[in-house]
Design a protein around this ligand. Structure first.
Ligand code: GLV
Ligand code: MN
Ligand code: MN
Length: 396
């Protein structure tokens, strides 16, 4: 079955009629439906399916065990996201198994497709939660306490999905089975001009919550001189993010989410929460951009008599994928280009623990995390073939 036809089968799941695109979030009803879809596809192929204690699904071709050749991605999306970020890697993994079996390939190492939980952090705020948990990169207590926009904790969401929240956390036994991990992903920028490429690195990046607390009041009766309006420094934060990133070559900083409380048109907010996403080539540059933003936001808050608290919600240093493996994969694929990315991935979390590589499939729009994200069916096929070739070389 082609990756495109597999994606077609889930094209109706999780469409967001208000935002456009898809809203598929970790352990919500939509993502649970996608999980069922994946499990059914895996069963159809006779793969042995298990879900680890952090909610990551593993589908095994061969006996589960050490030194496995693993591939996979995720099925959740950002709010109003595209159809390819995540599901393309899962669909190509399924197709790669079909292609290899069609060729009569017999792996000498176990092969597994892994679907990671809550990669985007679209529901609980921390990206790559499934891979962070399994690798011990996040404290399970912190993960259990994360809440979604309705106030549901991650612990409750996990329990509702049928997992024991008390058992989430580092899982060396599961992790040790991965001998090598290769994630295929839609390219998310404008840098790939041929159908397939390999990844070199991921920018250092993280998320910070800025909570501005002022005084809720009436929009009509409160004189400007009497206000402590947290929306003013929040607005300055948005501008500060752009200014700070612009001053450090290659950096990006974004305020993509802002929550005024209580959020009424005729109400001066009492609190505004705003989230900064900052990314740069190095840890030092990222931290410098964030420090600059914090300084500017602090000054703006003080000028308005507003209290500011800044909380780091997630962080990951620059990832350098295994250069030897990347060069080898590129060579196996006929010398495809190698390129860095500004996007985070479960592969980036795993790279600190196991040899890891990524394949990218060309994105003609150069747009991602938005409905216009795209990959042509022919490129998806080339991606699936490239993944099959890579898995065969690794598991042959
Ligand atoms: C995930 O795709 C991210 O880069 O935030
Ligand atoms: Mn993404
Ligand atoms: Mn992704």
């Amino acid at each position: 079955m082609t990756a495109t036809s597999l994606l077609d089968a889930i094209a109706g799941v999780g469409r967001d009629t208000a935002r456009g695109g898809y809203s598929r979030h970790g352990f919500d009803t939509v993502e649970m439906e996608l999980r069922e879809w994946f499990i059914a596809e895996a069963f159809d192929r006779g793969l042995e399916v298990e879900t680890d204690r952090n909610g990551n699904i593993w589908a095994w071709w061969g006996t589960p065990g050490p030194d496995a050749v693993c591939t996979g991605s995720h099925l959740d999306s950002v709010p109003g996201g595209g159809a390819f970020d995540g599901p393309l890697g899962v669909a190509c993994a399924l197709e790669a198994v079909d292609l290899l079996r069609g060729q009569g390939f017999q792996p000498t190492r176990p092969v597994a497709i892994i679907v990671f939980a809550e990669e985007e952090g679209g529901r609980f705020g921390v990206p790559c939660l499934g891979s962070r948990l399994i690798t011990g990169a996040i404290d399970p207590d912190k993960a259990r306490r994360l809440t979604d926009s309705d106030g549901t904790t991650f612990a409750d969401a996990v329990a509702k999905a049928g997992f024991d929240p008390a058992r989430i956390g580092a899982d060396p036994q599961a992790l040790e089975r991965i001998g090598v991990f290769v994630e295929l992903h839609v390219e998310q920028g404008r840098d790939l001009e041929v159908p397939v490429g390999v990844a070199t690195s991921i920018l250092a990046h993280g998320r910070w919550r800025f909570s501005f607390t002022g005084e809720g009041n009436h929009a009509g009766t409160t004189l400007l001189t009497d206000r402590r309006d947290p929306m003013l420094p929040a607005a300055q934060l948005v501008l500060a993010a752009r200014q700070a990133a612009a001053s450090v070559q290659g950096s990006r900083a974004t305020v993509g989410r802002l929550r005024p409380i209580p959020g009424g048109t005729n109400v001066i907010a009492s609190t505004v929460d705003a989230w900064l996403d900052a990314r740069s080539a190095t840890d030092a540059e990222t931290k410098a951009v964030v420090a600059d933003v914090v300084a500017r936001a602090t000054e703006a808050a003080e000028a308005e008599g507003v209290r500011l608290t800044v909380t780091e919600e997630s962080y990951g240093d620059t990832v350098w994928f295994d250069a030897q493996l990347a060069a080898q994969v590129s060579q196996w694929l006929g010398g495809v280009p190698a390129l860095p990315t500004g996007a985070g991935h479960d592969a980036g979390i795993l790279a600190a623990h196991v040899p890891t590589a990524m394949l990218f499939v060309r994105n003609p729009t150069g747009i991602s995390h938005a409905p216009a994200e795209h990959a042509e069916p022919a490129d998806c096929e080339e991606g699936a073939r490239a993944l099959a070739t890579t898995l065969a070389k690794l598991a042959g």
